[in-house]
Design a protein around this ligand. Structure first.
Ligand code: UDP
Length: 149
């Protein structure tokens, strides 16, 4: 009966994910993309990208006054990254939970950092931490024409 019908609206969101240079160099790209696809997120943008220094400084702008800023920018520009635009229900928090804690020493087994990373600086992956960051970072790394509508 019509009164028994209902529509479930699933709030899909987009986030920016990245395999950092250490992850690419160590051959973890396929493993990380495998986890993303098995989880069920849609990949709506994907490229191998050598980040220009200005883009790296902009991306990590919130850390510009931290003592580790210079090293962070050096590291993230030290080789190509895999830039990924992901879409799915709760993708922003969900992808961060798949990555695990920033410090691999605290990252749970089963998470990407927990399974593969050993140092705070070289922690294999990145994920936007809020809807505002996701929008900003997606626009910084991808042009409109590089993202699937
Ligand atoms: N980072 C670092 N030393 C620190 C804190 C952070 O090298 O003491 C690096 C680390 O690679 C981290 C990135 O800076 O992933 C951004 O830090 P944030 O706190 O935003 O962590 P995330 O969002 O990546 O988990």
């Amino acid at each position: 009966a019509a009164d028994k019908c209902f529509t479930l609206w699933i709030m899909s969101e987009r986030t920016f994910a990245m395999i950092k240079p250490d992850g690419v160099k160590r051959g973890l790209t396929a493993e990380i993309l495998r986890r993303i696809e098995h989880k069920g997120y849609r990949v709506v943008g994907l490229k191998l990208y050598q980040i220009p220094r200005e883009v790296a400084e902009n991306h990590y702008g919130e850390h510009s006054d931290k003592p580790f800023f210079g090293e962070l920018v050096d590291f993230i520009t030290s080789g190509p990254v895999v830039a990924i635009a992901l879409e799915g229900e709760n993708a922003i928090a969900g992808w961060r939970s798949m990555m695990g804690a920033t410090n691999p020493a605290n990252a749970a087994p089963g998470t990407i950092r927990g399974d593969f990373a050993t140092s705070m600086g070289e922690n294999v992956s990145h994920g936007s931490d809020s809807p505002e960051s996701a929008e900003r970072e997606l626009a910084l790394f991808f042009s409109d024409s590089e993202l699937i509508k």
